[in-house]
Design a protein around this ligand. Structure first.
Ligand code: PBG
Length: 316
Protein backbone atom coordinates (compact mmCIF):
# COMPACT_ATOMS: atom_id res chain seq x y z
CA UNK A 1 0.00 0.00 0.00
CA UNK A 2 3.03 2.32 -0.03
CA UNK A 3 4.12 1.51 -3.57
CA UNK A 4 2.81 4.59 -5.44
CA UNK A 5 1.95 8.18 -4.50
CA UNK A 6 -1.70 7.49 -5.34
CA UNK A 7 -1.84 4.48 -3.03
CA UNK A 8 -0.15 6.43 -0.25
CA UNK A 9 -2.58 9.27 -0.69
CA UNK A 10 -5.49 6.84 -0.42
CA UNK A 11 -4.46 5.44 2.94
CA UNK A 12 -3.12 8.63 4.47
CA UNK A 13 -4.70 9.20 7.89
CA UNK A 14 -3.65 12.77 8.69
CA UNK A 15 -3.59 15.88 6.59
CA UNK A 16 -2.47 19.46 7.12
CA UNK A 17 -4.38 22.17 5.30
CA UNK A 18 -3.46 25.87 5.19
CA UNK A 19 -6.81 26.42 6.93
CA UNK A 20 -5.51 24.51 9.97
CA UNK A 21 -2.73 27.06 10.50
CA UNK A 22 -2.70 30.27 12.54
CA UNK A 23 0.03 32.80 11.72
CA UNK A 24 1.52 34.75 14.65
CA UNK A 25 2.48 38.32 13.66
CA UNK A 26 4.31 41.06 15.53
CA UNK A 27 3.66 44.76 15.34
CA UNK A 28 5.67 47.53 16.99
CA UNK A 29 4.64 51.09 17.70
CA UNK A 30 6.62 53.94 16.13
CA UNK A 31 8.42 51.76 13.60
CA UNK A 32 8.72 53.30 10.18
CA UNK A 33 9.80 50.13 8.41
CA UNK A 34 9.52 46.45 9.27
CA UNK A 35 12.40 45.29 11.49
CA UNK A 36 13.65 41.74 10.82
CA UNK A 37 13.94 39.51 13.90
CA UNK A 38 17.46 38.03 13.81
CA UNK A 39 16.68 34.88 15.78
CA UNK A 40 13.58 34.17 13.65
CA UNK A 41 14.74 34.40 10.02
CA UNK A 42 11.83 35.36 7.75
CA UNK A 43 9.86 37.07 10.56
CA UNK A 44 9.71 40.79 11.32
CA UNK A 45 8.31 43.28 13.71
CA UNK A 46 5.79 45.12 11.54
CA UNK A 47 4.37 48.56 11.12
CA UNK A 48 0.59 48.62 10.80
CA UNK A 49 1.00 48.93 7.03
CA UNK A 50 3.49 46.09 6.65
CA UNK A 51 1.34 43.98 8.97
CA UNK A 52 -1.61 44.37 6.65
CA UNK A 53 0.48 43.54 3.62
CA UNK A 54 2.02 40.44 5.19
CA UNK A 55 -1.39 39.24 6.41
CA UNK A 56 -2.85 39.65 2.93
CA UNK A 57 -0.01 37.61 1.42
CA UNK A 58 -0.53 34.89 3.99
CA UNK A 59 -4.31 34.88 3.50
CA UNK A 60 -3.86 34.54 -0.27
CA UNK A 61 -2.22 31.21 0.49
CA UNK A 62 -5.27 29.97 2.39
CA UNK A 63 -4.23 30.67 5.99
CA UNK A 64 -7.22 32.38 7.50
CA UNK A 65 -6.26 33.09 11.09
CA UNK A 66 -3.81 35.46 12.74
CA UNK A 67 -2.70 36.00 16.31
CA UNK A 68 -1.27 39.41 17.06
CA UNK A 69 1.50 40.45 19.46
CA UNK A 70 2.16 44.14 19.93
CA UNK A 71 5.13 46.05 21.31
CA UNK A 72 4.19 49.50 22.66
CA UNK A 73 6.53 52.49 22.63
CA UNK A 74 5.77 53.19 26.28
CA UNK A 75 5.92 50.53 29.00
CA UNK A 76 5.01 51.01 32.64
CA UNK A 77 4.76 48.96 35.83
CA UNK A 78 1.13 47.95 35.19
CA UNK A 79 1.31 47.56 31.41
CA UNK A 80 -1.47 50.08 30.84
CA UNK A 81 -0.98 50.35 27.07
CA UNK A 82 -2.43 46.84 26.86
CA UNK A 83 -5.98 48.11 27.42
CA UNK A 84 -5.60 51.55 25.83
CA UNK A 85 -8.33 51.71 23.14
CA UNK A 86 -5.82 53.64 21.01
CA UNK A 87 -2.91 51.33 21.87
CA UNK A 88 -0.82 49.58 19.25
CA UNK A 89 -2.39 46.19 19.98
CA UNK A 90 -5.88 47.51 19.40
CA UNK A 91 -4.81 49.35 16.23
CA UNK A 92 -3.31 46.15 14.86
CA UNK A 93 -6.51 44.18 15.53
CA UNK A 94 -8.62 46.91 13.94
CA UNK A 95 -6.35 47.04 10.88
CA UNK A 96 -6.78 43.33 10.19
CA UNK A 97 -10.53 43.49 10.82
CA UNK A 98 -10.86 46.34 8.35
CA UNK A 99 -8.78 44.38 5.85
CA UNK A 100 -10.59 41.05 6.16
CA UNK A 101 -13.94 41.64 7.86
CA UNK A 102 -15.04 38.12 8.77
CA UNK A 103 -12.97 36.46 6.01
CA UNK A 104 -10.18 35.78 8.50
CA UNK A 105 -10.10 35.07 12.23
CA UNK A 106 -8.36 37.82 14.18
CA UNK A 107 -7.01 36.78 17.57
CA UNK A 108 -5.55 39.13 20.17
CA UNK A 109 -2.84 37.60 22.33
CA UNK A 110 -3.89 38.70 25.80
CA UNK A 111 -1.00 39.19 28.19
CA UNK A 112 1.04 41.89 29.88
CA UNK A 113 4.67 40.93 29.31
CA UNK A 114 5.08 43.10 26.19
CA UNK A 115 3.55 46.03 28.06
CA UNK A 116 5.15 45.99 31.53
CA UNK A 117 8.53 47.63 32.15
CA UNK A 118 9.62 44.56 34.17
CA UNK A 119 8.53 42.04 31.50
CA UNK A 120 6.39 39.79 33.69
CA UNK A 121 2.98 38.56 32.54
CA UNK A 122 1.22 40.31 35.41
CA UNK A 123 1.39 43.11 37.94
CA UNK A 124 3.75 42.76 40.88
CA UNK A 125 3.12 43.06 44.60
CA UNK A 126 5.47 44.77 47.08
CA UNK A 127 7.73 41.72 47.05
CA UNK A 128 8.01 41.88 43.23
CA UNK A 129 6.00 38.68 42.88
CA UNK A 130 3.22 38.42 40.30
CA UNK A 131 -0.11 39.18 41.97
CA UNK A 132 -2.48 36.67 40.37
CA UNK A 133 -5.83 38.22 41.24
CA UNK A 134 -4.87 41.82 40.52
CA UNK A 135 -3.50 40.65 37.17
CA UNK A 136 -6.72 38.88 36.25
CA UNK A 137 -8.64 42.14 36.73
CA UNK A 138 -6.35 43.83 34.23
CA UNK A 139 -6.82 40.94 31.81
CA UNK A 140 -10.57 41.69 31.93
CA UNK A 141 -9.90 45.23 30.71
CA UNK A 142 -7.62 44.01 27.95
CA UNK A 143 -10.25 41.50 26.79
CA UNK A 144 -12.84 44.24 26.40
CA UNK A 145 -10.40 46.55 24.61
CA UNK A 146 -9.46 43.78 22.18
CA UNK A 147 -13.11 42.88 21.64
CA UNK A 148 -13.98 46.51 20.94
CA UNK A 149 -11.10 46.73 18.47
CA UNK A 150 -12.63 43.80 16.59
CA UNK A 151 -10.96 40.60 17.83
CA UNK A 152 -12.95 37.46 17.04
CA UNK A 153 -11.07 35.60 19.77
CA UNK A 154 -8.86 36.59 22.67
CA UNK A 155 -5.94 34.38 23.67
CA UNK A 156 -4.98 34.72 27.33
CA UNK A 157 -1.36 33.56 27.58
CA UNK A 158 -0.34 34.56 31.10
CA UNK A 159 -1.20 31.33 32.97
CA UNK A 160 -2.93 33.12 35.85
CA UNK A 161 -5.40 31.04 37.85
CA UNK A 162 -8.99 31.93 37.02
CA UNK A 163 -8.12 34.01 33.96
CA UNK A 164 -10.54 32.28 31.60
CA UNK A 165 -13.55 32.58 33.92
CA UNK A 166 -12.76 36.22 34.65
CA UNK A 167 -12.40 37.10 30.97
CA UNK A 168 -15.60 35.23 30.05
CA UNK A 169 -17.48 37.13 32.78
CA UNK A 170 -16.11 40.47 31.63
CA UNK A 171 -16.89 39.84 27.97
CA UNK A 172 -20.43 38.70 28.76
CA UNK A 173 -21.06 41.64 31.08
CA UNK A 174 -19.78 43.95 28.35
CA UNK A 175 -22.26 42.53 25.84
CA UNK A 176 -19.53 40.62 23.99
CA UNK A 177 -20.90 37.09 24.22
CA UNK A 178 -19.82 36.75 20.58
CA UNK A 179 -16.09 36.87 21.35
CA UNK A 180 -14.49 33.48 22.00
CA UNK A 181 -11.53 32.42 24.13
CA UNK A 182 -8.51 30.54 22.83
CA UNK A 183 -6.97 29.56 26.16
CA UNK A 184 -3.25 28.95 26.53
CA UNK A 185 -4.28 26.15 28.89
CA UNK A 186 -1.11 24.09 29.31
CA UNK A 187 1.74 26.50 28.79
CA UNK A 188 5.05 25.15 29.97
CA UNK A 189 7.96 27.19 31.38
CA UNK A 190 10.01 26.44 28.27
CA UNK A 191 13.46 27.49 27.09
CA UNK A 192 12.01 27.45 23.57
CA UNK A 193 10.47 30.93 23.93
CA UNK A 194 13.90 32.59 23.65
CA UNK A 195 13.58 34.04 20.13
CA UNK A 196 10.03 35.26 20.84
CA UNK A 197 11.32 37.39 23.67
CA UNK A 198 13.48 39.25 21.14
CA UNK A 199 10.47 39.60 18.83
CA UNK A 200 8.02 40.77 21.47
CA UNK A 201 10.58 42.52 23.68
CA UNK A 202 9.02 40.91 26.73
CA UNK A 203 11.84 39.09 28.49
CA UNK A 204 11.50 39.35 32.28
CA UNK A 205 14.04 41.85 33.66
CA UNK A 206 14.51 39.67 36.76
CA UNK A 207 13.49 36.17 37.74
CA UNK A 208 11.69 33.84 35.35
CA UNK A 209 8.20 32.51 34.68
CA UNK A 210 8.44 29.24 36.61
CA UNK A 211 6.11 30.65 39.27
CA UNK A 212 3.19 30.75 36.84
CA UNK A 213 4.04 28.61 33.81
CA UNK A 214 4.03 24.84 34.08
CA UNK A 215 6.78 22.43 35.00
CA UNK A 216 7.73 20.47 31.83
CA UNK A 217 7.76 17.32 33.96
CA UNK A 218 4.01 17.31 34.69
CA UNK A 219 1.43 15.61 32.49
CA UNK A 220 -1.37 15.09 35.03
CA UNK A 221 -1.13 18.73 36.05
CA UNK A 222 -1.39 19.78 32.40
CA UNK A 223 -4.63 17.81 32.17
CA UNK A 224 -5.96 19.56 35.27
CA UNK A 225 -5.11 22.95 33.74
CA UNK A 226 -6.85 22.03 30.50
CA UNK A 227 -9.98 20.73 32.26
CA UNK A 228 -10.11 23.84 34.44
CA UNK A 229 -9.99 26.12 31.40
CA UNK A 230 -12.74 24.14 29.69
CA UNK A 231 -14.90 24.40 32.83
CA UNK A 232 -14.20 28.14 33.01
CA UNK A 233 -15.53 28.68 29.49
CA UNK A 234 -12.65 28.29 27.05
CA UNK A 235 -13.71 27.61 23.44
CA UNK A 236 -10.36 26.18 22.31
CA UNK A 237 -7.58 24.88 24.57
CA UNK A 238 -3.95 25.14 23.65
CA UNK A 239 -0.78 23.27 24.51
CA UNK A 240 2.52 25.12 24.17
CA UNK A 241 5.22 24.41 22.97
CA UNK A 242 4.17 21.68 20.53
CA UNK A 243 6.77 19.03 19.74
CA UNK A 244 8.11 18.27 23.23
CA UNK A 245 4.50 18.01 24.44
CA UNK A 246 2.78 15.86 21.80
CA UNK A 247 1.88 13.41 24.57
CA UNK A 248 -0.03 16.17 26.36
CA UNK A 249 -1.95 17.02 23.18
CA UNK A 250 -2.84 13.39 22.55
CA UNK A 251 -3.97 12.68 26.07
CA UNK A 252 -5.98 15.89 26.33
CA UNK A 253 -7.67 15.18 23.01
CA UNK A 254 -8.55 11.61 24.02
CA UNK A 255 -9.85 12.60 27.42
CA UNK A 256 -11.71 15.82 26.60
CA UNK A 257 -12.64 15.58 22.88
CA UNK A 258 -12.35 19.37 22.95
CA UNK A 259 -10.97 21.51 20.08
CA UNK A 260 -7.22 21.64 20.65
CA UNK A 261 -4.60 24.06 19.39
CA UNK A 262 -0.84 23.62 19.55
CA UNK A 263 1.70 26.45 19.51
CA UNK A 264 4.79 25.48 17.51
CA UNK A 265 6.88 28.17 19.18
CA UNK A 266 9.72 30.48 18.23
CA UNK A 267 12.51 28.18 19.44
CA UNK A 268 11.11 25.26 17.47
CA UNK A 269 11.02 27.51 14.39
CA UNK A 270 14.54 28.85 15.02
CA UNK A 271 16.04 25.35 15.28
CA UNK A 272 14.62 24.33 11.91
CA UNK A 273 15.66 27.61 10.29
CA UNK A 274 19.22 27.46 11.63
CA UNK A 275 19.73 23.90 10.47
CA UNK A 276 18.18 24.64 7.07
CA UNK A 277 20.39 27.71 6.58
CA UNK A 278 23.41 25.52 7.20
CA UNK A 279 22.19 23.04 4.62
CA UNK A 280 21.84 20.39 7.32
CA UNK A 281 18.13 19.75 6.84
CA UNK A 282 15.65 19.93 3.99
CA UNK A 283 13.43 22.69 5.39
CA UNK A 284 10.36 21.90 3.35
CA UNK A 285 10.30 18.20 4.19
CA UNK A 286 11.08 18.81 7.85
CA UNK A 287 8.40 21.47 8.30
CA UNK A 288 5.70 19.37 6.67
CA UNK A 289 6.71 16.33 8.74
CA UNK A 290 6.62 18.33 11.98
CA UNK A 291 3.26 19.93 11.24
CA UNK A 292 1.82 16.55 10.28
CA UNK A 293 3.05 15.11 13.59
CA UNK A 294 1.35 17.86 15.56
CA UNK A 295 -1.92 17.23 13.72
CA UNK A 296 -1.54 13.46 14.21
CA UNK A 297 -1.15 14.03 17.96
CA UNK A 298 -4.64 15.55 17.97
CA UNK A 299 -4.31 19.28 17.37
CA UNK A 300 -7.02 20.70 15.13
CA UNK A 301 -5.02 23.87 14.58
CA UNK A 302 -1.38 24.92 14.79
CA UNK A 303 0.05 28.34 15.55
CA UNK A 304 3.24 28.44 13.53
CA UNK A 305 5.71 30.92 12.07
CA UNK A 306 6.07 28.48 9.18
CA UNK A 307 2.44 29.21 8.15
CA UNK A 308 3.20 31.21 5.02
CA UNK A 309 5.86 28.84 3.64
CA UNK A 310 3.96 25.73 4.67
CA UNK A 311 0.84 26.97 2.88
CA UNK A 312 2.91 27.42 -0.30
CA UNK A 313 4.35 23.94 -0.02
CA UNK A 314 0.97 22.38 0.71
CA UNK A 315 -0.38 23.87 -2.51
CA UNK A 316 2.76 23.03 -4.45
C1 PBG B 1 3.74 35.53 26.70
C2 PBG B 1 4.01 34.70 25.48
C3 PBG B 1 5.19 34.06 25.17
C4 PBG B 1 4.98 33.41 23.94
C5 PBG B 1 3.69 33.68 23.55
N1 PBG B 1 3.09 34.48 24.52
C6 PBG B 1 6.50 34.08 25.84
C7 PBG B 1 6.64 33.72 27.25
O1 PBG B 1 5.78 33.14 27.88
O2 PBG B 1 7.70 34.06 27.76
C8 PBG B 1 6.00 32.57 23.24
C9 PBG B 1 5.72 32.25 21.82
C10 PBG B 1 6.89 31.72 21.08
O3 PBG B 1 7.96 31.43 21.64
O4 PBG B 1 6.76 31.59 19.86
N2 PBG B 1 2.79 36.51 26.46
Amino acid sequence: MRRTPALRSLIRETDVRPGDLIAPLFVKEELTEPAPITSMPGQSQHTIESLRKEAVEIAERGVRAFILFAVPARKDREGSEAWNPEGIGQHAIAALRSEFGDEAVVIGDLCLDEYTDHGHCGVLNDLDEVDNDATVELYQRIALAQADAGAHLVGPSGMMDGQVAAIRTALDAGGRQDVGILAYAAKFASALYGPFREAAEGAPRFGDRTGYQQDPANLDEALREIRTDIDEGADIVMVKPALPYLDVIRRAKDETRFPMAAYHVSGEYAMVKAAAQNGWLDERRVVLELLTSIRRAGAAMILTYHAKDAADWLHG
